[in-house]
Every structure is written in C-alpha cells, then in structure tokens.
Design a protein around this ligand. Structure first.
Ligand code: SDX
Length: 393
C-alpha cells in the first residue's frame, strides 16, 4: 500500500503502476532511462544500445551489442503473406491506420506458437517487434507513394536501413547520408520511452488481460495517433505552416491564450513536464545539425518555431502555467527536412516507442503481483429507479 492507493494489479487504483524503467522529474525537466540521463544516452549510444538498456537494465558490452544487432537484422523482413495485407488498404490510407492493422496482424503469424511465460518466447516477440517496425513503417510509406517495397539490407545499421527502405528505389543507387542517419537514430532514442504516458498505459492495460504483445502494441499505436499525444508532431508542423510567417505569431499566441478558442499551441505543454522537456532541447540541436548538413540553415519553419518559442516563453500566460516546448515541437521540422512526409511523423514516433512499450509490457507480465488492470470510476449517473411502462416514457 502506498498512501491512499493500493497496488492491486500492476496498476494502482488510479491507473498508475510501479516501474524501474524510466524516471521523469517534471519540475526539473529530467529524463532518465534506467538511471542514465537522456542527454548522455543521445550523445554516446545508438538507439539499439538504448533498446538493450531499457529491456535488460544495463548497457550492452561490445559482444552483447554485436549479438543484439545481428538478432535484430535477422528479423527485419516481413512474412510474404503479411506484405499482401497492404493491398487491402486504399492507397491514401493514413499510414498510422496501416500500422495499426499490420502490427495487429503480426498476432496471426506468431502468437499461436508463443508461451509468454517463457523468457525465450518473450525475447522472440521483442526482437521481432523492434526489427519489423521500421520495415512496416517504410512499407506503409512506399504503399502510399505507389512505389515498390524496398527490403531491409544486412550491411546497414538500424537508422540507415530505415532510410534505405523509405527512400531507395530499384532504379538508382541510394546511400543514406550518415549525418542524417545518425540524427534519425537520436530521434528514435528521444522517443524510446516516457514512463506511463497514455499509449504506454494502453499497452499495459491491454497486456494485463494476457493479450499477446503484437495486439498490445497495435493498441498503443492507435492511442499514440491522437493529436494530444503522438499526433502532436504532425499537428505542430501543420500549425507552423498555417502561421506561415513570424509576423503572425502574435495572433496565434493570442488565440492560444483565449479560453473561448479551442486552439492550443501544438508541441507546447505537457502533463508531467512543468519545465523544459529535455527531449525538446536535444531535438532542437538535432534539427540544427540536420538543417546545416542539408544546407537548409535558413529553413523558414525552424526560424518560425524558434521565434514562436521565444515569444511564448516571454509571455506570462505560458510562464505562469509552466508551458514549454515538448518533444513534438521540433521533431516535425527535422523529419520534414529529412524527407519524411507529415503523415509519417507519428509513425516514426510509434516505431521508436515500440521499444518502450514492449519493455513496459514485459516488466508488467513478469511482475508476480500483476493482475488484470481494472481502474474504478466516480459514478455520477441516476440513482436506482424502476422501468416505467411504455405509456409513462
Ligand atoms: C506527448 O505523457 C507523455 O509523456 C506524452 C509524451 C510521450 O513521450 O509519450 O511526452 C508525448 O504526448 C507530448 C504532448 C504532445 N501534445 C501536444 O503538444 C498538444 C498540445 N499540448 C496540450 O494539448 C497540452 O499541453 C497537453 C495535453 C499536453 C497537456 O494538457 P493539460 O494537462 O491540460 O496541461 P496543463 O494541465 O499543464 O494545462 C494548464 C493550463 C490550462 O489552462 P488553464 O485551465 O490553467 O487556464 O495550460 C493550458 C491549459 O488549457 N495549456 C495550453 C497548452 N497546454 C496547456 N494552452 C495553450 N497551448 C497549449 N499547448
């Protein structure tokens, strides 16, 4: 028991839980993965090293790193029958809708043979999801574009492979820009996990019933899609395009402060951070590096975003409410510069967050105390009453 809450099912009755994976200090703007600061991990480790850390609790040594990378490469391809599922979608289907369908369909290819109380079987599920998500996302993009699928290559690292599957075509040689690939790898790390956010809680709640991990991750993708959550990066870029010019920033700041206007600054504010989201600071630096590498230093949207941030952070409304840029504020700008279309931004978020989701799922199902999550409610409906005859209704 912790104070007024009981720890009754992997969920406190308020729908919270205990976890050893990620720590956030919202007031300080601090984010730790298994105790390591996100700033150091983004600077010194690859996304796959971070994925290994999140699941195992320790960073891999050189041999463990090589072995893990090899295992992930071995599972990057999709079953031929699963690739045919794409043809069932309209060409203009939102790629998040495709992801919900294809990831959920993985249940039909692996779930039956798996016993998730067996560590070996859990490992196979974890590796398959981490390995296949980039392929699934890239194929959704190719399907939208009406282009042939590009298959994963074993000579490329995780981020380079994703770029290859997204942007290569059979017609010409494609070599991923190493600076851009590294930036993408950092973007994956910044999105890897974030404690008990809405989509992670969705994965845990689904998993607490014993549902298979592929179906649980599909549920997490569906939740992340919302504009108040992972869809905010797409919404933020659309907002910047709508503002269009620095001269109109004041008009939108005014709207964001107007209680009668439903407009909110996308990429601003957070349920937990009441200080600058440390990921936003790192994302702004990634943005700077990529735009510089691509000769886009004067990118209109980046300049607009920095001016919007400057004006908002000098405005009492935002300062008093401790509203700062969050992870979504700059991520769309850098993804657009890389060539990823707006509709795919949340897919990239889901690709990276799959590592956190599946780690949180495994932490829950291996907790001997866990039971099916069953949050309660505060009933505000009518008191007990009798059914009237039809004539009295
Ligand atoms: C993610 O939970 C996670 O960890 C999520 C995430 C992750 O990694 O999983 O970090 C990813 O979802 C980041 C958030 C992305 N969403 C957006 O950027 C959408 C825009 N942000 C807002 O919708 C909002 O800030 C929320 C939903 C994120 C938080 O909303 P809350 O809980 O209402 O924020 P709050 O309680 O701090 O709000 C306090 C006040 C309120 O006004 P008052 O009633 O005090 O007058 O600030 C206002 C809010 O209306 N406010 C905003 C605002 N966010 C809050 N006003 C204008 N623009 C905003 N963005």
């Amino acid at each position: 028991k912790t104070g007024m809450f009981t720890y009754d099912s992997g969920f406190l009755s308020t729908g919270s839980c205990k976890s050893a994976i990620t720590f956030i200090d919202g007031d300080k703007g601090e984010l730790l993965y298994r105790g390591y600061p996100i700033e150091q991990l983004a600077d010194q480790c690859t996304f796959l090293e971070v994925a290994y850390l999140l699941r195992k609790g320790e960073l891999p040594n050189a041999a463990q790193k090589d072995e893990f990378e090899r295992s992930i490469k071995n599972h990057a391809m999709l079953h031929d029958q699963l690739m045919r599922f794409y043809n069932g979608f309209r060409r203009d289907a939102h790629p998040m809708a495709i992801m919900v369908g294809i990831v959920g369909a993985l249940s039909a290819f692996y779930h039956e043979a798996m016993d998730f109380s067996d560590e070996e079987h859990r490992t196979m599920s974890v590796y398959r999801l981490i390995a296949k998500l980039p392929t699934i996302v890239a194929m959704a993009y190719k399907y939208n574009m009406g282009q042939q699928f590009m298959f994963p290559r074993n000579d490329l690292n995780y981020a380079e492979n994703f770029m290859h599957m997204m942007f290569a075509t059979p017609c010409e040689e494609y070599k991923p820009n190493p600076v851009v690939a590294h930036a993408l790898d950092v973007i994956f790390t910044l999105h890897a996990d974030h404690e008990q956010n809405a989509s992670t809680s969705t994965v845990r709640l689904a998993g607490s019933s014993g549902a298979n991990p592929f179906a649980c991750i599909s549920a997490g993708i569906a939740c992340l899609w919302g504009p108040a959550h992972g869809g905010a990066n797409e919404a933020c870029l659309n907002m910047l395009e709508e503002i269009g010019d620095v001269s109109r920033v004041g008009e939108y700041i005014k709207r964001a402060k107007d209680k009668d206007d439903s407009f909110r600054l996308m990429g601003f504010g957070h349920r937990v951070y009441k200080n600058y989201d440390p990921r936003a600071k790192l994302m702004r630096k990634v943005c700077y590096d990529v735009l510089g590498e691509l000769g886009l230093e004067n990118d209109r949207l980046f300049k607009l975003a920095m001016e919007l941030e400057r004006i908002a952070l000098e405005d009492d409304f935002f300062v008093e409410r401790k509203l700062y840029p969050n992870v979504d504020f700059y991520s769309g700008i850098v993804q657009k510069a890389i060539g990823i279309p707006t509709s795919m931004f949340t897919c990239v978020f889901a690709l990276a967050r799959t590592v956190g989701w599946i780690t949180q799922w495994e932490e829950m199902i291996t907790d001997p105390e866990y039971k099916i999550g069953r949050p309660r409610q505060l009933y505000v409906g009518p008191a007990r009453r009798d059914v009237p005859d039809m004539a009295q209704r």
